[in-house]
Design a protein around this ligand. Structure first.
Ligand SMILES: C[S@@+](CC[C@H](N)C(=O)[O-])C[C@H]1O[C@@H](n2cnc3c(N)ncnc32)[C@H](O)[C@@H]1O
Length: 160
């Protein structure tokens, strides 16, 4: 019975996310590399990841000497990502919660892997939140309200 409750809880935590954003689908290794290469950030700069999943992008970013802030709604993924990023505790900050309701920190770039239907909302939020120039890299989905400045195998780079 306990096992069934556990399965139900896992399905619920992964399922509830669809009401707030994209469901969990991890970025592939080559896509992760393409995204970070496109950004060309320097060590010491800060990347914000909206929906940070199991932490794989944050690990790669930290390995490049970046600071990373990740928001993740799914508590299981938060725990997994805390474990995955444990070697980089001084560089990585993971925040459990709905990123739409948070006050996003200052950063140099944002990484997203969401869905088409959230891109307009995202565009508006970035424009109102950031006054200084900021780079945004999106896996798979274009921000239709803005023209990308570069593209690499389905990863789109924007400059705000
Ligand atoms: C497509 S997955 C990408 C995960 C990770 N960024 C990666 O590339 O491997 C989207 C992630 O965003 C999370 N998510 C969706 N909507 C969210 C929201 N409103 N606030 C915080 N996290 C959210 C999901 O739980 C999921 O882990």
């Amino acid at each position: 019975m306990l096992f069934l409750y556990a399965i139900f809880a896992i399905i619920l935590t992964f399922g509830m996310v669809v009401f707030f954003g994209a469901p969990y689908l991890p970025t592939l290794a080559n896509t992760k590399k393409n995204a970070l290469d496109l950004l060309e950030l320097k060590p010491g700069q800060t990347l914000l990841e909206l929906g940070s999943g199991d932490g794989r992008v944050m690990v790669s970013a930290a390995q490049r000497g970046l600071y990373v802030v990740g928001y993740e709604l799914n508590p299981l993924l938060v725990l997994i990502s805390i474990y995955q990023t444990r070697k980089y505790r001084s560089q990585v900050k993971i925040i459990w919660g709905n990123f739409w309701t948070k006050n996003w920190p200052e950063c140099d770039a944002i990484y997203i892997f969401l869905l088409d239907r959230y891109m307009n909302k995202l565009d508006k939020k970035i424009r109102t939140r950031y006054k200084k120039p900021i780079l945004v890299v999106s896996n798979s989905f274009k921000i239709t309200a803005k023209k990308h400045i570069k593209e690499l195998h389905g990863v789109y780079l924007y400059k705000y």
